[in-house]
Design a protein around this ligand. Structure first.
Ligand SMILES: O=c1ccn([C@H]2C[C@H](O)[C@@H](COP(=O)(O)OP(=O)(O)OP(=O)(O)O)O2)c(=O)[nH]1
Length: 213
């Protein structure tokens, strides 16, 4: 099984960007919202393509998704995870299989996704789970490259993925609630210390009252 480079034209063409040019039995993946600059940049390898942060995500602590506007950011507190919808929309033909890998630059600041796969036939945006495994709060911006896609050839006898694409559930939640909860989570240590201090003061006061009758 060999890796398929990302090529937009010529005999080795492997990507199309319009639904009308896609063929489920063909050799080309459909990628809508493609960042052509990445592929045409002669200084960069075309063996992988970096997927970018799209317009919605869901914090693991929430039931509902959050919208991201054009200059929006995702705040990743240490130890938390978010599910991010990719800006790119993909349709994989029968004989192509994808793998999603982390980016080294983000790993260096503690941000990682685990390896996952895209089945032949999958048709939709991708939902990628990203973890902040580091000790510092990190941010991901809308349109930022945050994980890498590689594509492999698939042999004969394949059965395609015919289910609905992955979608983030629910209505978008307000940023006020999100900011409040982030504040509580990131100050959890101080809040616990404060509570302990108040308990100690109350205990000392009760003891004083008992002693002094
Ligand atoms: O990080 C990922 C990996 C995969 N997919 C898409 C493409 C893949 O073809 C499809 C199914 O992936 P998988 O088989 O891992 O999902 P599952 O949880 O087993 O669900 P199901 O197969 O029932 O959809 O989900 C994503 O959106 N994000």
């Amino acid at each position: 099984m060999s890796i398929v480079p990302f090529v937009l034209s010529g005999v080795n063409k492997s990507i199309v960007t319009k639904t009308a040019n896609f063929n489920l039995n063909g050799q080309c993946i459909l990628i809508k919202n493609l960042d052509e600059e990445q592929i045409n940049n002669a200084d960069d390898t075309n063996i992988s393509y970096d997927l970018r942060v799209g317009c919605e995500y869901r914090d693991h602590r929430d039931l509902n998704k959050t919208d991201l506007n054009e200059d929006g950011t995702i705040k990743l507190l240490p130890g938390t995870a978010v599910i991010i919808e990719t800006l790119e929309y993909v349709h994989f033909p029968e004989h192509r299989f994808g793998q999603i890998l982390p980016k080294v630059g983000l790993l260096q600041v503690g941000i990682s996704n685990t390896t996952s796969k895209i089945d032949p036939g999958y048709n939709g945006n991708l939902l990628i789970t990203v973890f902040n495994l580091g000790k510092r709060t990190e941010f991901l911006k809308r349109n930022q490259k945050f994980c890498s896609l590689i594509v492999q050839e698939v042999g004969p006898g394949v059965r395609t993925y015919d289910k609905d694409p992955k979608k983030l559930p629910g209505r978008s939640k307000t940023s006020i609630i999100r900011n409040l909860r982030d504040g509580i989570d990131s100050n959890a240590g101080s809040i616990a210390t404060g509570a302990l201090l108040i308990s100690a003061i109350l205990a000392a006061f009760t003891l004083y009252q008992i002693i002094t009758g």
